[in-house]
Ligand binder design. Sequence first.
Ligand code: MBD
Ligand code: FE
Length: 292
Amino acid sequence: MATHRFDPKFTDNVINAMGPKTSPRLRQLMTGLIRHVHDFARENELTVDEWMAGVQMLNWAGQMSDEKRNEGQLVCDVIGLESLVDEITFTLADEAKDAPTATAILGPFFRADTPYRENGADIVVTKPKDGGEMAFMHGQVIDFVTKQPLVGADVEVWQASTNGLYEQQDPEQVEFNLRGKFKTDADGRYNFYCLRPTPYPVPDDGPAGKLLSLMDRHPFRPAHIHIIATKEGYRPLTTQIFDRKDKYLDNDSVFAVKDSLVVDFVPRKDDPKAALELQYNIKLVVDTKTSA
Ligand code: MBD
Ligand code: FE
């Protein structure tokens, strides 16, 4: 079997060291992880110095992470792992026109404690210094199969400011700036004012940025707005929408773009608050796990 010059029994010994109380799923995952990591080391004849450089990256990621910064997740993002796991979990099968809204990765800047705002509210509380472009975003949350509006669904959104920073990264922005949670009305509608999103680099002052530069890659993400839509009885949806005009659509540094999530901001008439609008309906599917 072994085509390499290393101890052929070594990897099996490590795997077989797991005891009988290991759960079947953990045994399966650790067996695969150990096997692939060992094969990776053998195939590349990984040296002690190279392995230690990797360990130091991991430690660095841990040391700079806190409730406002999730560097381990960002390292996974730049090697495509969060997007791959998202694809595996939610399957890309339905990229067709008439499909439920596709998922996209959560990313490291979600905040669990985002407050509700009234429909029609402006999430741009701290105005960007360069002005930015205001947009009115509105739409319906509907049942993908029946096309009926979903009343009382939650639509949570967050976006970075035009300086490329999310509120928790930027002392100049008030807390929860550019975030909001909205409840759909009696027609299943939500609406609010936001910024037309702009492209920005993922934070590159840590190991994720270091990895990007070692791989000769840029850190930019295409302009996007994050969305989490939930309604009891429906599969919770985590996604992002992307501006069709963005130049990074085809080379997102975290590989999250899907065609069906690309949207058009169009001119809006007679609204002194916003010169642009975005109409976006969210199509949810019944959650077979909770509604059986
Ligand atoms: C982001 O803003 C983001 O959405 C993701 C997924 C990764 C890094 C920065
Ligand atoms: Fe983001």
